[in-house]
Design a protein around this ligand. Structure first.
Ligand SMILES: Cc1ncc(COP(=O)(O)O)c(C=O)c1O
Length: 407
C-alpha cells in the first residue's frame, strides 16, 4: 500500500493554478483586460436568471427555518426525485430517488464513487489526456492509477493499450466524455466497444468492473451532436454529474451520482455513499442550492458562446499551422505545441500575454490546453497575439501561405 503523505503533496500543486496565478500577477501590471488568460476552466457565460430567481423566491417566500435546515445525508428526497425524473425522460433509464446521491460537484461525486466500488490497492484506469485531479482522487482512495496512452489522431480510446492494462486488479475505469482537455466526446462505436470489452473481462476475471463516468461537460456539445449517455450502454456505471459548467455555478458546489439501477449493489450504493461522507467529513450540498436547481434541471446557461469561441480559435490555429483534433464539446482545445517541450512553448507564450497550460500534467506531452471560457471579444483580440507569437518564435516552421497571413 502506498503511503499517503500530505506534506509531500504540497509540492505537487496544480500546474493550471500556477499558470492562473501567473496570469493574475501579469494582470496587476497591465490590467486583466490585456491578459489572455486561457488557464482555468471557470465558466464565462452568465448564470441562468431562473437559478437566481429561485434562490430569491426561496429566501423571501418559504419558511426560513425549513430552507436552511440540515439536508438529509444523501440529499433532499424531492430534489433526488426530480433529478431521477429528468434523467429518465432524457436518457430512457429507470432511476428512482434511491439511485441519486447529492454531492459537492463532480469532485465529490468521483471521490465517493471510487470508494464505493474499489478496495485498498485496487487499480483504476484513466485515459490520457486526463483531468490532473484524477491522480489525487485515485491515490487518496487508496488505489493505484493506471494511465492508458492516447491515440493522438482521434483522442478516442486506444483499445490496444487499454487491453494491456486491463488486468484482474482493475475494478474501476474513469471515463470523461466530452473530455477535459481535448474537448472530444467518445463516439457511440467507441462506447459500445468499451462496454463489450468490460463485459468480457468481468466474466474472465469473475468480478465486477465499474465505469465511473465523469460528465460535467455533458451539456456542452457542438454541431448539435448527441453525446451518448454511457450508463445506457453499460450496467455497472456510476454517472458523476456537476452543475458547475452547465449552469455556470462552480462555486456553489453541486452535483450528484446517478447509480444505474442495473448496477451491482445499486440498492445499497447510496447508503454506502452516506457512510463514505462520514469518513470524508463532507456533507450534502447546501439545502438552498439543492432546491434552487430543481426548476432548471432541463435547462442550461447560454452555452453556444463556447462553440463560437472554439470556431474562432480553431480556424486561426489551423491556419497558423497547428495540428488539433476539432472538439465536439466542452470549452477546451488541445493542440500540439510547436516544439516538443510544451512547457517551454507555454513559457514563451507568456511573453505575448497568452496563458496556456502544458499537456504534461494531463498525461500527454507535446500538447497544450486552451480554456476558451472567456469573452468572445477577448478571443478575437487574442488572435493577434497568437500571430505575433508564432511569427516571432516559430517563423522557421511557417509555409508561404501562413507567412502571408502574418504579414
Ligand atoms: C473533467 C472534470 N472532472 C471533474 C471536475 C470537477 O468539477 P466540479 O466543479 O464539479 O467539482 C472538473 C472541473 O473542471 C473537470 O474538468
Amino acid at each position: 500500500m502506498e503511503v499517503i503523505d500530505y506534506r509531500l503533496m504540497i509540492n505537487q500543486s496544480s500546474v493550471i493554478r500556477k499558470m492562473y496565478k501567473n496570469a493574475l500577477d501579469r494582470a496587476e501590471q497591465i490590467g486583466y483586460e490585456n491578459v489572455f488568460d486561457y488557464s482555468l476552466g471557470n465558466p464565462s457565460v452568465p448564470v441562468p436568471e431562473e437559478f437566481n430567481n429561485e434562490i430569491i423566491r426561496l429566501l423571501t417566500s418559504e419558511d426560513s427555518k425549513h430552507i436552511h435546515e440540515y439536508s438529509p445525508n444523501a440529499g433532499i428526497v424531492e430534489v433526488r426525485e426530480a433529478i431521477a425524473k429528468s434523467l429518465n425522460s432524457r436518457f430512457g433509464i429507470d432511476y428512482k430517488s434511491e439511485h441519486i446521491f447529492m454531492t459537492a460537484g463532480a469532485t465529490s461525486a468521483i471521490a465517493h464513487s471510487l470508494r464505493c466500488v474499489t478496495k485498498q490497492d485496487d487499480e483504476v484506469i484513466v485515459f490520457a489526456p486526463f483531468f490532473p485531479e484524477y491522480t489525487p482522487y485515485v491515490k487518496l482512495a487508496g488505489c493505484k492509477l493506471k494511465v492508458v496512452e492516447p491515440d493522438i489522431k482521434t483522442f478516442q480510446i486506444n483499445f490496444e493499450k487499454l487491453e494491456q492494462l486491463l488486468t484482474p486488479e482493475v475494478t474501476a475505469i474513469i471515463v470523461n466524455s466530452p473530455n477535459n482537455p481535448t474537448g472530444i466526446a467518445y463516439s457511440e462505436e467507441t462506447i459500445i466497444k468499451l462496454a463489450k470489452l468490460l463485459e468480457n473481462k468481468q466474466k474472465e476475471f469473475n468480478h465486477d468492473i465499474f465505469i465511473i463516468s465523469d460528465e460535467p461537460y455533458r451539456e456542452i456539445s457542438f454541431d448539435n451532436i448527441k453525446i451518448p449517455y454511457i450508463a445506457k450502454y453499460y450496467k455497472n456505471t456510476l454517472t458523476c454529474y456537476s452543475f458547475s459548467k452547465s449552469l455556470s455555478i462552480p462555486g456553489e458546489r453541486i452535483g450528484y451520482i446517478a447509480i444505474n439501477p442495473e448496477c451491482k449493489d445499486a440498492d445499497i450504493m447510496v447508503s454506502m455513499c452516506v457512510q463514505i461522507s462520514r469518513g470524508l467529513g463532507q456533507n450534502a450540498p447546501a439545502s438552498i442550492i439543492q432546491r434552487a436547481i430543481v426548476p432548471i434541471l432541463d435547462k442550461t446557461a447560454q452555452l453556444s458562446v463556447y462553440e463560437n469561441n472554439m470556431n474562432i480559435l480553431y480556424d486561426e490555429l489551423i491556419k497558423l499551422g497547428f495540428k488539433c483534433v476539432k472538439p465536439n464539446g466542452t470549452f477546451y482545445l488541445f493542440p500540439q505545441s510547436l516544439e516538443d517541450d510544451a512547457n517551454i512553448f507555454c513559457q514563451k507564450a507568456t511573453k505575448y500575454d497568452l496563458f496556456l497550460v502544458p499537456g504534461d500534467s494531463f498525461g500527454c506531452c507535446g500538447h497544450f490546453r486552451i480554456a476558451y471560457c472567456v469573452q468572445t471579444e477577448k478571443v478575437k483580440r487574442s488572435i493577434f497575439k497568437f500571430r505575433e507569437f508564432v511569427q516571432n518564435e516559430y517563423c522557421n516552421l511557417l509555409n508561404k501561405e501562413q507567412s502571408l497571413i502574418l504579414r
